[in-house]
Design a protein around this ligand. Sequence first.
Ligand code: SF4
Length: 351
Amino acid sequence: MAKGGLPLTTADRPTGRPAVVLDQRLRGTTFVSLTPKRVLNPPSATGMDYWSLNPFVGCEFGCTYCYARYTHRYVVERAHDAGKLTDAEFADYRGPHGWEAFERRIFVKEQVVGALAADLKRVPVGATIVIGTATDPYQPAERRFRITRAVLQHLTRCEGLSFGIITKSPLIARDRDLLVRLQQRNELQVHVSLITADARLARKLEARSPVPAARLRALRKLVDAGVNAGLIVAPVLPGITDDLAHLDTLFAAARAAGARFVHAGALRLYAAVRDRFLPVLGEHFPDLVPRYQRAYARQAGAPREYARALSRRIEKLRRKHGFKNESTMVDRYRPARIPVQGELELRGSLA
Ligand code: SF4
């Protein structure tokens, strides 16, 4: 994932009946039914210039830098306000620190196809729809509930649209038959998300995400099937994954996996992310905590000079590894406020 901060809208409002528990895992994850009347978030509601769809609310992968935790809080508060969660359930669905429930109380958008069919009537020809802007559409719940597959099956009826999918999961390779069909009459970009090829580092930062090698194998399967797929490196973490050698390794891995493109962007430290990410940063990279606190003190985006230097580094690596600098729907996202210049510097040489 990786991605912009998206307010949930009418597409995610709990409606109808009390919360229904669909499944529970031994480790404590609970899957709860959500039956929204709408599933496509329009650009006017999110501030993005594309439509978005998220089959789940919450994500078991539990990345420490994930900005989407607040989207879960929104749904829980709406459900409580609507009388669908008792006070005790509300406390449980919020979690003691406000971020745990995002990883362990997953809302599953059942009956998605009916809502999608109705919503598609509002989408103009040529519009872009991105799946997985706030939560991963191929997180473990998808293996059980197959909501994303149902969405793709319906979308294969469309033509003249542009689709994007963002995921960290190799499970997406399961659906390459549908992805191939989808791009026959529409544009499609599949972004396999990977911030590091170092499995041990990934485990520190992403509690339960698939190992990097599995994601790269999935990328290879997609490309071999003819799907327009590439790598998204987001967020690039200042002082941790932004050095030239680290990024070079990722670009080389993307090239070896047959990626059609590589995109990258620096960390955005939204308020909702700080409670989860900064303690982990303190545990594994204590020297970086003061730098992050100062650099992100006044804005969520990375400091302007840092972002520019990172862009130059990414462009240099694109050229080295033979990737074009193509615009994507992910590139079109911009933070609401322009970051001010800060003190972070790229790790390693800028040469
Ligand atoms: S994979 Fe899940 S937890 Fe990780 S950034 Fe994406 S939505 Fe957030």
